[in-house]
Design a protein around this ligand. Structure first.
Ligand code: FES
Length: 105
């Protein structure tokens, strides 16, 4: 089953290198913008489960604020040795009304 949710978050409200944490359908999701593209990932590091909300975003990479693992926002793949488990990523797009639109499957 495909679960597509239109958020009430206008895409224009998120600027490059910024993130917004939201709860959708029981999931804690972090919406990020990098290089003018939107990304949605689980808001929990795969190393020791830190929230990624305050993580720095640079060039499509999100850094965990706790120990600094960098995750590729395009694939969820981590860099370095602390974890090999990728972040779950979600398809995200901009709806006709300008709000962000996320596919939770
Ligand atoms: S909890 Fe994120 S790098 Fe350790």
């Amino acid at each position: 089953m495909v679960t597509i949710i239109d958020t009430l978050i206008p895409a224009a409200n998120i600027t490059d290198n910024q993130s917004v944490a939201i709860a959708l359908d029981g999931k804690d999701i972090l919406i990020c913008k990098a290089n003018s593209e939107y990304y949605a990932v689980d808001n929990q590091c795969t190393h020791q489960r830190a929230k990624l909300t305050e993580g720095r975003i640079r060039n499509c990479f999100l850094s965990c604020p706790l120990h600094g693992v960098r995750f590729d926002l395009r694939t969820g793949k981590p860099m370095g040795e602390l974890t090999k488990v990728p972040l779950k990523t979600y398809d995200i797009s901009v709806s006709d009304d300008g709000n962000l639109h996320i596919d939770l499957d």
